[in-house]
Design a binder for this molecule. Structure first.
Ligand code: 1CP
Length: 356
C-alpha cells in the first residue's frame, strides 16, 4: 500500500520456500479453516458478532485469524473471510445461519437473473478484506506468511444458483446443460471479479494465495475440464500478467480442487505453484503424475483428527514420509471440522515437524 509503513520482515518463510521448491528447515504445516468453530475462543467471539460482521471488521477478522497461531506452532496464517464475500459484492444477499451454513435467499435461478449482478464497483465493496490483510501483516510481526484466498468460478456459481450449500449441486449442473452460453457468461463474470479481488489482496499484503474449487467434487472429469479448468487457468494467467506489468512481485498460488484427483495432470498444467490434494488421493501416485516441479499440499482425512493421539501421530508421520521434505506443505485434505479436539491440532503440528 502506498504511503504505508513497511511490513515486518518475515521470520519463518518455510511455506513460501516449499511453494517455490526451495530447501526448507522443516515441513511447513497449516490447516484449512484453522480459524473456526473447533476453537472455543472463536465460538465466544461469534456469540457477540454476526459472521459477516467479523469478516467486515478488520480488528475482528485479525483477532480470529490470530487465534490458532496463539495455540499452535503453525507455519502460515490465512485471513479470516469466506468465499461468499464475492457473491455479496456482486449484489447477492448471503446470510450465515447457525447449524446450516450460508443461505442466499434470492439465488440466480434462471439466466435472466444474471442481470441482477452488479460487477461495477464490486472490488470497492471488498476493500474491507484488503484492510484486514494489511492490518494482519503488521499484527503478525513477520512470524509466518499470510495467505489470501478466493472461491473459484464454478464453486461460486454453484452456491449462487443453489442458494447455499448442496449435496448434489443439481440445479447448478442443470445450468451447464440447459444454458451453456449463459453458464460461460456467468463463469467469465466471476473470473473477472476473482482476478480483481486477488490482485487487490496481493497489493494489500497477501504473501500467497489459494483458490478453493471445493465443488469440483460434483463434476465428472470431462465437466471439470470444460467448466472448471479453463477459468482456473485464466485466473492464474491474468493475475500473473497484471502483477508483472505493474512490477508487483508475483506470489505463489495454490489450487485446491476438491474431488478432482482424476485430473491432477491437467491441474498441474494450469500454471499454479501448488496443487492441494484431498484425502482420496495417494501422495506417491500424485507425485508421479504431477512430476517434480509442482508443490503438493494436503492431505490427511479431517476425520483422522478424531482418532486417538497415537494413531493420529502415526498417520501424520506416514503421510509426511510419503510426500517427503521437498515441495510439500502439510495440511488436511479439507477443512477441519467443528468437533475436532484441540489436542489433535497439537499432535498434527508436532508430528509434521518431527517427521523428517
Ligand atoms: O458460524 C460460523 O462461524 C460459520 C463457520 C464458517 C467459518 C469459520 C464459515 C461458514 N466460513 C468460515 C471461514 C472460512 N471459510 C475460511 C476461513 C479461513 C480459514 O481459517 O481457513 C475459509 C478459507 C472459508 C472458505 C469456504 N467457505 C469454502 C472453501 C473451503 C471449503 O471448506 O471447501 C466454502 C465451500 C465456504 C462456504 C461455507 N462457509 C461457511 C460454511 C459452513 C460453508 C460450507 C457450506 C456448505 O457448503 O456446506
Amino acid at each position: 500500500m502506498k504511503d504505508a509503513k513497511p511490513f515486518p520482515v518475515l521470520k519463518n518463510d518455510n511455506l513460501l520456500r516449499a511453494a517455490r521448491g526451495e530447501v526448507v528447515d522443516r515441513v511447513p504445516v497449516w490447516v484449512m479453516r484453522q480459524a473456526g468453530r473447533y476453537l472455543p475462543e472463536f465460538q465466544e467471539l461469534r456469540k457477540q458478532h454476526d459472521f459477516f460482521t467479523v469478516c467486515r471488521t478488520p480488528e475482528l477478522a485479525c483477532e480470529v485469524t490470530m487465534q490458532p497461531l496463539r495455540r499452535f506452532d503453525l507455519d502460515a496464517s490465512i485471513i479470516f473471510s469466506d468465499i461468499l464475500v464475492i457473491p455479496q459484492a456482486l449484489g447477492i444477499t448471503v446470510e450465515m445461519h447457525a447449524g446450516v451454513g450460508p443461505v442466499l435467499p434470492q439465488p440466480i435461478a434462471v439466466p435472466e437473473d444474471l442481470k441482477r449482478l452488479t460487477p461495477d464497483g464490486a472490488l470497492s465493496r471488498l476493500s474491507y478484506v484488503g484492510d484486514a490483510i494489511t492490518m494482519m501483516r503488521h499484527k503478525l510481526e513477520g512470524r509466518v506468511p499470510l495467505i489470501g484466498f478466493t472461491g473459484a468460478p464454478w464453486t461460486l456459481m454453484g452456491y449462487m444458483i443453489e442458494g447455499g450449500g448442496s449435496k448434489t449441486m443439481s440445479k447448478a449442473k442443470a445450468w451447464l446443460n440447459d444454458y451453456p452460453e449463459d453458464s460461460k457468461l456467468f463463469l467469465n463474470l466471476l473470473t473477472d471479479a476473482i482476478v480483481d479481488y486477488l490482485e487487490m489482496q496481493v497489493k494489500a499484503g497477501a504473501q500467497m494465495l489459494q483458490v478453493f474449487e471445493s465443488s469440483a467434487e460434483h463434476l465428472s472429469k470431462e465437466q471439470f475440464l470444460q467448466w472448471g479448468a479453463p477459468y482456473l487457468k485464466r485466473i492464474r494467467d491474468e493475475l500473473v500478467d497484471r502483477l508483472t506489468k505493474k512490477a508487483i512481485p508475483v506470489v505463489p498460488i495454490t489450487l485446491f480442487a476438491k474431488g478432482a484427483g482424476h485430473s491432477l495432470k491437467e491441474q498441474s498444467e494450469l500454471g499454479y505453484d501448488v496443487i492441494g490434494l484431498d484425502w482420496t488421493v495417494d501422495p506417491i501416485e500424485a507425485r508421479s503424475v504431477v512430476g517434480p516441479n509442482i508443490t503438493l499440499q494436503g492431505n490427511l482425512d479431517p476425520q483422522d483428527m478424531y482418532r486417538d493421539p497415537d494413531e493420529l501421530r502415526n498417520l501424520t508421520t506416514e503421510m509426511v514420509h510419503k510426500f517427503g521434505k521437498s515441495r510439500y506443505i502439510a495440511n488436511l485434505g479439507h477443512g477441519i471440522t467443528p468437533q475436532t479436539p484441540i489436542t489433535s491440532m497439537e499432535v498434527l503440528v508436532e508430528a509434521v515437524h518431527k517427521a523428517l
